[in-house]
Design a protein around this ligand. Sequence first.
Ligand SMILES: *[C@@H]1O[C@H](CO)[C@@H](O)[C@H](O)[C@H]1NC(C)=O
Ligand SMILES: *[C@@H]1O[C@H](CO)[C@@H](O)[C@H](O)[C@H]1NC(C)=O
Length: 311
Amino acid sequence: MVLEEIAASLMWFSYALIPCLLTDGVAVLPAPQNISVQSTNMKHVLTWSPVMVPEEIVYYSVEYQGEYESLYMSHIWIPSNWCSPTTGLECDITDDITATVPYNLRVRATLGSQTSAWSTLKHPFNRNSTTLIPPGMEVTKDGFHLVIKLEDLGPQFEFFVAYWRREPGAKEHVKVVRPGGIPMHLETMEPGATYCVKARTFVKAIGRYSAFSQAECVKVQGESLPLALALFAFVGFMLVLVVVPFSVWKMGRLLRRSCCPVVVLPDTLPARLSLFMAPRETCSQTQKCKKWEIHPETFPSSKCQLLVALQ
Ligand SMILES: *[C@@H]1O[C@H](CO)[C@@H](O)[C@H](O)[C@H]1NC(C)=O
Ligand SMILES: *[C@@H]1O[C@H](CO)[C@@H](O)[C@H](O)[C@H]1NC(C)=O
């Protein structure tokens, strides 16, 4: 009887204690699950499943431990730059991962004064396992220049750009391009030809390449139009060169003929024929006219009149 009563009061005591443990205990808040790292093109993101507490905002904290800390200072964990704390379900740890060594990562949830246990990544993360995907690129032509613009992926990336003229037996050229985001001249193109370009990334820090991107091709305008234009311009130029002086000369002749008709002297005229030339105003008075040397080309042009007088 007495034992039963003691047992009953113990039961009651433990029932009363459980809620206290639940509300006050450290282990009440479950730890975030499913933590993993998604890493593409050296951008690393830690993700986890949410800790669900209805109508409450749960905070998460992320910490990391590089090889050095885990080997020589195993008690040291460093809070992540961007996620201490965060309400999101992912954390960009790119800035935390600064060496190509294994990193331990852990995350825990916090709600008010409650804190969950740490949840640690199963296998340490090494950035050399990042997925490298071909760079985005834009191939254009600027006149006869083949121009490529590559996605800006940050200072760790180099780009290997391969390009070739699309024809049988064409040789492939490779250029190493350092920064992304800036249009770059690759080649001066032959008129009428098609050029193709593909690119891949190289990350020196991890010694790995991405695959090549799909080739992108551009066709340079055929020679027909530029040649026709050139021909047209040349013909125009020649016309100007020939026609203008000719018409000037012709006009000059016409003008000269209209004001100073050339007198063609018949062969049958007496040998003692003299030519006189005088200004127009005085020409009516032949006696005042002056004897002129006969050089047909040097006839004064406009204000003149040719007089023929038989002596
Ligand atoms: C972990 O992920 C799996 C599948 O991605 C999912 O089924 C499971 O519910 C997740 N666990 C938690 C605690 O959210
Ligand atoms: C990453 O580096 C480790 C040694 O640091 C090596 O064992 C592992 O094979 C490398 N992984 C890749 C994908 O290169």
